[in-house]
Ligand binder design. Structure first.
Ligand code: TXA
Ligand code: MG
Length: 316
């Protein structure tokens, strides 16, 4: 699907005048606003229902804009930008004064990413400045990978939804913290730790012990309404499904085939299961390699997000 030229122009005009525009990136849809317009940024937080203090990613057209938002940029950022930008990779760097507290959650760091989606690229190039674009879903729910998801979640609160069809990657960008001695992944994504390490020629740490705040790592993130039941392989998935079937529960079984297709369709399937009123979603986890690491990360969070609800384990 390709939006018309006037629609892209309208998106840019809206951004210039403080509007809020949802647009596709290669990972998920973003809820865009001028990063330097405090009112527009506030509106994005309000529309998402996102608590203040949660930092957002500043989206830019290319690596030339890095210096606008970040200072003391290490060589590692230049190398990774050269290799992976535009693409599904976000850097956390020390901020310049242009990155206000509202964007950074009051931290001295800023997250920056240049998305590769042609529509995102065109909007960013024409707009010229930085655009905040948190995932275009209500806070705490599954990200939007289709324009219809954005419409269902946020609908008329948004000034414009640019429909670019389903996104190609389907899960959010890799976030790498480059402010410390060793690069550390704060959120796994399509660009893997191995790819980053190979490009840099140095080890890259997995997330976990960082003092930086990544609210995306709260367990309540990425969760559908239905309880997620994880299976390690097809066989276990079938056993769990069978037990749910026997107990008369409404459920959905999501198998893990090709991991790229799985990631691309995951959020749509979770949303679909919710629409069907499923009580449980049995998901067969992909192996923990490559993109599978990011997919497992989101699923574990989704599965761990309902600590206070009654269990729908089979046979109870
Ligand atoms: O793929 C993506 O990154 C999508 C598309 C639309 O670009 N955007 C996205 O944005 O996932 P959002 O706001 O849903 O998630 C941004 C994540 C949050 O977990 C936030 O905590 C983290 O980035 N983040 C932002 N600024 C940060 C900072 N200065 N330090 C550490 N984490 C930061
Ligand atoms: Mg999000």
């Amino acid at each position: 699907m390709k939006p018309s030229q006037p629609e892209i122009e309208r998106a840019v005009e809206l951004l210039r005048t403080g509007g809020v525009v949802a647009f596709p990136t290669e990972t998920v849809y973003g809820l865009g606003a001028d990063a330097e317009n405090a009112d527009a940024v506030r509106r994005v937080y309000a529309i998402k229902g996102r608590p203040p203090g949660h930092p957002v990613i500043v989206h830019v057209a290319d690596a030339e804009q890095l210096d606008v938002w970040a200072r003391e940029i290490p060589q590692s950022a230049r190398t990774l930008a050269q290799r992976f930008w535009p693409g599904p990779l976000t850097f956390v760097l020390k901020r310049t004064p242009r990155a206000s507290d509202m964007l950074t959650g009051g931290q001295d760091t800023v997250a920056v990413r240049a998305p590769s989606h042609p529509i995102a690229q065109e909007i960013l190039r024409r707009f010229g400045g930085g655009v905040i674009a948190p995932s275009a879903n209500r806070f705490g729910t599954v990200s939007a990978t289709r324009a219809e998801h954005v419409a269902a979640d946020l609908g008329s609160a948004v000034d414009l939804i640019v429909d670019g069809g389903p996104t190609t990657i389907g899960i959010e960008s890799t976030i790498v913290d480059l402010t410390r001695d060793a690069p550390a992944i704060l959120r796994p994504g399509a660009i893997t730790r191995e790819q980053l390490a190979a490009a840099l020629g140095t080890p890259v740490r997995e997330s976990g012990d960082s003092a930086v705040r990544v609210p995306g790592s709260l367990p309540s993130h990425y969760a559908p309404r239905a309880r997620i039941v994880l299976a390690d392989d097809d066989r276990q998935g079938a056993v769990l499904a069978c037990a749910l079937e026997t107990s008369g529960r409404r459920f959905r079984l999501i198998g893990s085939e090709d991991v790229e297709k799985f990631a691309r369709e995951l959020y749509d399937r979770l949303r679909e299961a919710d629409r069907e009123g499923a009580e449980a979603i049995v998901v067969v986890l992909p192996p923990p390699t490559g993109l599978g690491i990011a997919v497992r990360d989101r699923l574990m969070r989704a599965a761990g997000a309902k600590p206070n609800e009654g269990s729908v384990r089979p046979r109870e």
